[in-house]
Ligand binder design. Structure first.
Ligand code: CUA
Length: 354
């Protein structure tokens, strides 16, 4: 594998994701515009300072009462330039916000002072992330304590990681190698040491790496399916016609009508809120009878439950790429099987991120 020296000082980080070149190009444009204006303004200042200097004590220049052409030119050109920056930047921002449906999900948890990472098959890592080349990756991220920020300069991606909430970022690694991973938000004494590396490997090497290592751990989907049963969610959310709670298959990633008349996207943050504080946004046609689970489930248990709901959800993002180990798209049947599997009910804490 192409190992990049990780402690080398360089002005421009390695380019190793699909966003590297688009982000750099915009950045180069900003630098070029800034340099042209800085040099131009400084040169004009110097030139006019000399040309129009006071040559004698009674040297008073004639008054100038405006120049329409000049004023239009110096308004329109900067307007055009800033509009180019705005639309270019917005376009790139939207592209970076829209996660492709075949992205492979990595669960990221920030904690003073480490990064905990989990792959779709359940395999965990700390401060080291192994990824397959060419596979779109979605990082679903949360924090156990304070605000951190997940930053991989070589991929040109950075996103705050917040306690009590999910944020996400995505990218496709385009070059094999080892790259820096940072925390980019001051989070306490060892903030500067909260980092590690990202290793991009060929898909086949990644497969081998994924299967290696010690101990079978449950995938987030499996752990979530267990919790769904052991916490009793299944008693109300069982899909019967007169059930106390809405049935949850096919719900994740879709718009849900609320008793308030509004509609809400059933995403990570809505599911999280509905577990911790079910009365906040009740789905139309149901009474606010669900018990409050605040204090009864850990953040990582919520993350597993969300992974499970995604696997039986409406959004087609649980399937996907070659390396996808998570339950495939049409796998609500498999998840049902998991629920029925008595052996899985035994130990619900196994495989939960601590
Ligand atoms: Cu975590 Cu800085």
């Amino acid at each position: 594998m192409n190992e990049q020296p990780i402690n080398q000082f360089s002005l421009w980080p390695e380019m190793a994701s699909n966003f590297a070149w688009p982000v750099d190009l915009l950045y180069i444009f900003l630098i070029v515009v800034s340099v042209i204006f800085t040099v131009g303004i400084a040169a004009a200042l110097l030139y006019f300072g000399i040309k129009y200097r006071r040559k004698s004590d009674d040297d008073v220049p004639a008054e100038v009462h405006g120049n329409n052409t000049l004023e239009i030119v110096w308004s329109v050109i900067p307007l055009l330039l800033t509009m180019i920056m705005f639309f270019w930047g917005a376009h790139l921002y939207f592209k970076m916000s829209q996660v492709p449906s075949d992205a492979m999900e990595i669960l990221v948890t920030g904690k003073q002072w480490m990064w905990k990472l989990q792959h779709p098959n359940g395999k965990r890592e700390i401060n080291n992330l192994h990824l397959p080349l060419g596979q779109p990756i979605r990082c679903t991220m949360t924090s156990e304590d304070v605000i951190h920020s997940f930053f991989i300069p070589a991929f040109r991606v950075k996103q705050d990681v917040l306690p009590g909430r999910y944020t996400q970022l995505w990218f496709t690694p385009t070059k094999e190698g080892v790259y820096h991973l940072f925390c980019a938000e001051y989070c306490g004494t060892e903030h500067s040491r909260m980092g590690g590396s990202v290793t991009v490997m060929s898909p086949s090497e990644y497969e081998i790496w994924l299967e290696g290592g010690t101990g079978a751990s449950l995938s987030p989907v499996e752990a979530g399916a267990q919790l769904f049963t052991s916490l009793g969610c299944v008693t109300c959310h069982d899909g019967r016609a007169n059930a106390q709670g809405p049935q949850l298959a096919g719900v994740f990633g879709t718009l849900q009508p609320l008793t308030s008349g509004e509609k809400i996207l059933a995403d990570e943050n809505y599911v999280r809120e509905s577990i911790l504080n079910p009365k906040a946004k009740v789905v139309e046609g149901f009474a606010a009878v669900m018990p409050i689970y605040k204090g009864m489930v850990t953040d990582s248990q919520i993350t597993s439950l969300i992974a499970y709901l995604k696997s039986i959800g409406g959004e087609q993002d649980a399937g996907g790429g070659e390396n996808q180990k998570q339950a495939p798209k049409d796998d609500s049947a498999k998840a049902e099987d998991l629920l029925q599997d008595e052996s899985l009910r035994a130990d619900t804490t196994q495989g939960i991120m601590q």
